[in-house]
Design a protein around this ligand. Structure first.
Ligand code: BJW
Ligand code: ZN
Length: 249
C-alpha cells in the first residue's frame, strides 16, 4: 500500500466519500503538486527561493534593473518544465474530473495540469509559456525556452514573462472565476501550497466562510493550514489513492 506510511486507510476512505458526495469541488494547487515531476518548489528544502532571493527576481523592479538576469532565471525554469512530465498527482485530478464537477485553481505557472489533461485550470499567477510586451502589452504564447531577450513582434519593445510578480495584481478574470469557484464549493481541496502568498491563500478562507469543508494534501503542515482535514503525504501518492477510493461503487 503506497500510502500506508502517510495516512490511515480509514481517514482516506472518509475523505474519498466526502469528495464523492460533494456536488461541487474546487481544488487549489501550488508548487507541491509538481514536485514529483522534478519542478522545484519555491520555499522549503530545494525551493527556488533558497538559491535566489524573491525580491531579486520576481518583482517588476528586479526586471527593470536587470532584465538579462531575470530572463536567464525564467529560461532555466522553462527548460526544467519543458523536460518534465505531469505526475500521478496531476493525472489523479484528471480522473477525478470524470467523477464529479470540479474546478482547478492553480498558482503554478508550469502548465502541467493542462498537459495532464485537466480542462481549463484557472491560472492565478500566469504562465511560463506566455510573454507580454512591456510597452504595448501585446501577449503571445511561446512553446520553447526563451533565448536572450525577447522583443515584441508588434512594436519591437522588450517583452517580459507572462507571470504575476510580487506587488502586481492577479489577472482580474481569473481571480473572479476563482472566487466564484470557492464560494460555490462544498469541498475545497488544497494541494501542495504553503498558503502564505496572498491573495491566493485567502481563497481557502473565502470557501470556508461560505461553508466548504477544507481538505489539505501536503507532507508538511502548512503555515496557513488551520481547521483542515490534513492528509499528510505527497500529492503524487495521496491523490491517486483518494481518487481510486472515490471511484469505487
Ligand atoms: C508538497 C510536496 C508534495 C512539497 N506533495 N505538497 C503581507 C501580508 C499579506 C500580503 C502581503 C504582505 N506583503 C506583501 C504582500 C503581498 C504579496 C504576498 O502575499 N507576499 C507574501 C510573501 C507575504 N502578494 C502579492 O504581491 C500578490 N499581489 C498582490 O497582493 O497584489 C495587490 C497589491 C498590489 C500592489 C501592492 C501591494 C499589493 C502577487 C503574488 C504573486 C506571487 N508570485 C509568485 C511568482 C510567480 C511567477 C514565478 O513563478 O516566477 O507565485 S511567488 C511564488 O509563490 C509563486 C507561487 O505561485 C506562490 C505560492 O507558492 P506555493 O505554490 O505555495 O509554493 P511553496 O514553495 O511556497 O510551497 C510548496 C508547498 O508544497 C509546501 O507547503 C510543501 O510542504 C509542499 N510540498 N512537496 C504535496 N510532493
Ligand atoms: Zn509591443
Amino acid at each position: 500500500m503506497c500510502h500506508a506510511d502517510f495516512v490511515s486507510d480509514e481517514k482516506l476512505g472518509l475523505v474519498a466519500n466526502r469528495l464523492k458526495r460533494a456536488s461541487r469541488l474546487t481544488i487549489l494547487t501550488g508548487a507541491g503538486v509538481s514536485a514529483a515531476s522534478g519542478v522545484p518548489t519555491f520555499r522549503g528544502s530545494g525551493g527556488l527561493w533558497r538559491q535566489f532571493r524573491a525580491e531579486d527576481l520576481a518583482t517588476p523592479e528586479a526586471f527593470s534593473r536587470d532584465p538579462v538576469l531575470v530572463w536567464e532565471w525564467y529560461a532555466w525554469r522553462q527548460g526544467l518544465v519543458a523536460a518534465a512530465e505531469p505526475n500521478a498527482g496531476h493525472r489523479a485530478l484528471v480522473d477525478l474530473e470524470r467523477l464529479t464537477t470540479l474546478t482547478i485553481v492553480t498558482q503554478n505557472v508550469d502548465g502541467l495540469h493542462a498537459r495532464a489533461g485537466s480542462s481549463e485550470p484557472i491560472e492565478l499567477h500566469g504562465s511560463l509559456w506566455r510573454v507580454r510586451c512591456t510597452k504595448c502589452s501585446a501577449e503571445r504564447a511561446i512553446d520553447s525556452p526563451i533565448q536572450g531577450l525577447p522583443t515584441c513582434p508588434e512594436c519591437g519593445a522588450l517583452e517580459r514573462p507572462g507571470v504575476v510578480w510580487f506587488g502586481e495584481s492577479l489577472p482580474e478574470e481569473s481571480f473572479e472565476l476563482a472566487i466564484d469557484a470557492v464560494s460555490r464549493a462544498q469541498v475545497v481541496l488544497v494541494v501542495g501550497t504553503s498558503g502564505i502568498v496572498q491573495p491566493a491563500a485567502s481563497l481557502v478562507e473565502i470557501g470556508r466562510a461560505r461553508g466548504a469543508t477544507v481538505i489539505e494534501v501536503n507532507p508538511e503542515a502548512s503555515p496557513g493550514g488551520r481547521n483542515r482535514i490534513a492528509l499528510a503525504g505527497p500529492a503524487g501518492e495521496v491523490l491517486p489513492e483518494l481518487v481510486r477510493l472515490a471511484a469505487r461503487p
